[in-house]
Design a protein. Structure first.
Length: 315
């Protein structure tokens, strides 16, 4: 039995690596292996890189076995460690959405934006260093583009809604999508009787519910068996979870519109969003009390309130 302290073997040569961001089983990077060649899809932050490299070591894979590093988008919990990781992988190339390339080469604007959202203390605690990638080792993707990993085809789909710089990756071998945040969040603490619960991610600054609804529909149209979520892990029952997310997103939009002009809007949005998620979780059969749900969803309630506010102000 291999010792994989940070990684969960799934199937079809896929490993979900817990990056350690925020809490256990909150943020995943995926290692995909085919015929001795490897790719990382999402990397977590700078602090995750030792875990990713330790997983390679445990599986007996050399650093030069990694062909691709593929952030689904450039938010730091998905791509903050990409530059640090690339320095350890001598032959890997970075594949990024064209709207995200400049941020991977020079992350200064990305860092300013994230610091405005999280503050300097949280940036240092949770994200650490963010290193640019050598332009000669980075390339952009386009909708429908296919790259090979061993004998395995990985196909890219442009999936805006959560962010304009978001693509998802279709893996023909496992019949599944690596979804980043396009297919939302599903934390394993909320599983009941092996049934997952999920919610959309509306984080600032590019949330667009119309585009996100279309992107979710496109992912479902491929009839995937699995979705590989960054937050967190592999889920099935794709049609049910898609319907749940679309219903929840519509309710979030209605909350935003009702609170567009109220005083203390941010606090009111947070309160209404948490109430929505609590009702949904009770219907799902969750046994957590309200305080525990509020703790587990603290970051998501805050970011979804911010994302809704930015969307409202664009209307």
């Amino acid at each position: 039995m291999l010792a994989l302290p940070f990684a969960e073997p799934l199937s079809h040569g896929i490993f979900a690596i817990d990056t350690g961001f925020q809490r256990p089983r909150f943020d995943a990077a995926y290692l995909v292996i085919d015929q001795g060649r490897a790719a990382f899809i999402d990397t977590g932050t700078h602090f995750a890189v030792p875990r990713l490299l330790a997983t390679l070591d445990a599986l007996g894979l050399a650093r030069d076995a990694v062909d691709w590093v593929i952030p689904t988008h450039v938010h730091l919990d998905h791509a903050g460690g990409a530059g640090s990781l690339m320095r350890e992988l001598p032959t890997a190339r970075l594949l990024v959405h064209p709207r995200g390339l400049r941020h991977m080469l020079d992350p200064s604007a990305l860092l300013r934006g994230a610091t405005a959202v999280y503050g300097e203390a949280e940036m240092a605690r949770s994200y650490g260093s963010v290193i640019g990638v050598d332009a000669a080792r980075a390339a952009t993707t386009h909708d429908g583009m296919v790259v090979m990993l061993g004998a395995r085809r990985l196909r890219f789909a442009d999936t805006p809604g959560h962010a304009l710089h978001h693509h998802c990756v279709w893996d023909e071998t496992s019949v599944g999508w690596f979804t980043g945040d396009t297919f939302g969040l599903s934390y394993r603490e909320f599983d009941r009787d092996s049934r997952a619960w999920s919610l959309p991610s509306a984080t600032p600054v590019q949330f667009d519910p119309v585009a996100l609804r279309a992107s979710i529909g496109r992912l479902v149209q491929a009839q995937p068996q699995y979705m590989y979520l960054t937050h967190f892990g592999r889920v099935g029952e794709v049609p049910r979870l898609a319907a749940q997310q679309l219903e929840t997103m519509q309710a979030m939009v209605e909350i935003g519109l009702r609170h567009r002009h109220v005083e203390a809007r941010h606090a009111r949005l947070r309160e209404a969003l948490l109430a929505l998620y609590l009702r949904s979780l009770r219907s799902h059969g969750s046994e957590f009390d309200d305080a525990e749900v509020a703790r587990l969803l603290e970051m998501d309630v805050e970011l979804n309130a911010q994302g809704l506010a930015v969307w409202l102000d664009r209307q």
